[in-house]
Design a binder for this molecule. Structure first.
Ligand code: NAD
Length: 260
């Protein structure tokens, strides 16, 4: 129960197959009180996740906010304080992907990707950091970026750019928040079989799934538990002196022969 008396917010955690849900379970099993977020349209799923966390003996509430809306982000942070009186850990994880060649991409899709993957993360980090600074007891922020932070894939150019942007953002924010003892780091999942990948054109047949596995040095997709373990490290006392860091959890994809 290393996180007893700590309060954690996890965004983008409605789906039972999601990385966010893996993170929420990991932190709850270590004793943290959990606020789980997703968009308002997924309220029912959030209710189910809260029920599951509470059945584990955790203390948890939901915050169905659209993170592209500044007022809703503020409401979510207020909900954390109303429910538990403090906020120690923020896992800014919500995101979206679209597989589309850049020449075909519609302005609305481009905007939606940037809105959640860049603006959403920034709004969450800003509101959370303000709260942590006000309380004066430090804090931990962990952003979920992607192996695409450094690794180029075709047909996801905007997604890749938004994830690379998070690397610069996390480093700069880490510098700005260091005087307040707030660390900021990011994890880079490789391939995890969440709903996000259900429509990936590269994962529609057994043969293409197999060829994706063969491109990964460890020859398999990662699990949500493995992503959550990396987050657990960044918020542990062992990582108290680590800030502005990037940890890929990708089975070696980013050091494979196809990387640069
Ligand atoms: N699955 C992978 O292979 C993979 C690889 C690299 C990075 N990632 C990143 O991991 C994170 C989690 O993705 P996942 O794989 O668990 O997929 P997921 O689709 O299960 O989770 C993402 C969640 O974010 C939520 N979300 C989107 N826009 C939102 C908004 N405006 N406000 C609130 N919530 C919003 C979605 O509703 C969804 O539930 C994402 O940032 C994704 O880019 C995933």
């Amino acid at each position: 129960m290393r996180l007893k008396n700590k309060v954690a917010l996890v965004t983008g955690a409605a789906s039972e197959r999601s990385i966010g849900w893996g993170i929420a379970r990991e932190l709850a099993s270590d004793g943290a009180a959990i606020v789980i977020n997703d968009i308002p349209a997924r309220r029912n799923e959030l209710e189910e996740r809260v029920g599951q966390l509470n059945a584990m003996g955790a203390n948890s509430v939901m915050a169905p906010s659209d993170l592209t809306e500044p007022a809703q982000v503020e409401q979510m942070i207020d909900a954390c304080i109303r429910a538990f009186g403090r906020l120690d850990i923020v896992c800014s994880n919500a995101g979206m992907i679209r597989w589309e060649s850049f020449l075909d991409i519609k302005p609305a899709t481009l905007r939606a990707l940037v809105d959640i993957n860049v603006k959403g993360n920034m709004l969450v980090c800003k509101a959370a950091a303000e709260q942590m600074i006000k309380r004066g007891e430090g804090g931990r922020i962990v952003v979920t970026s992607s192996v695409q932070t450094y690794f180029h894939f075709p047909i996801t150019p905007v997604y890749g750019a938004t994830k690379h942007a998070m690397h610069i953002f996390v480093g700069s924010l880490a510098l700005e928040l260091a005087p307040y003892n707030i660390t900021v780091n990011h994890i880079g999942p490789g391939w995890v079989q969440t709903q996000m990948n259900d429509t990936s054109p590269e994962l529609q047949t057994e043969a293409s799934i197999q060829s994706q596995k063969e491109a990964i040095p460890l020859r398999r997709a990662g699990t949500t538990e493995e992503m959550a373990s990396a987050v657990a490290y960044f918020i542990s006392k062992e990582a108290a002196y680590t800030t502005g860091a990037y940890l890929p959890i990708d089975g070696g994809l980013s050091i494979s022969k196809y990387s640069y």
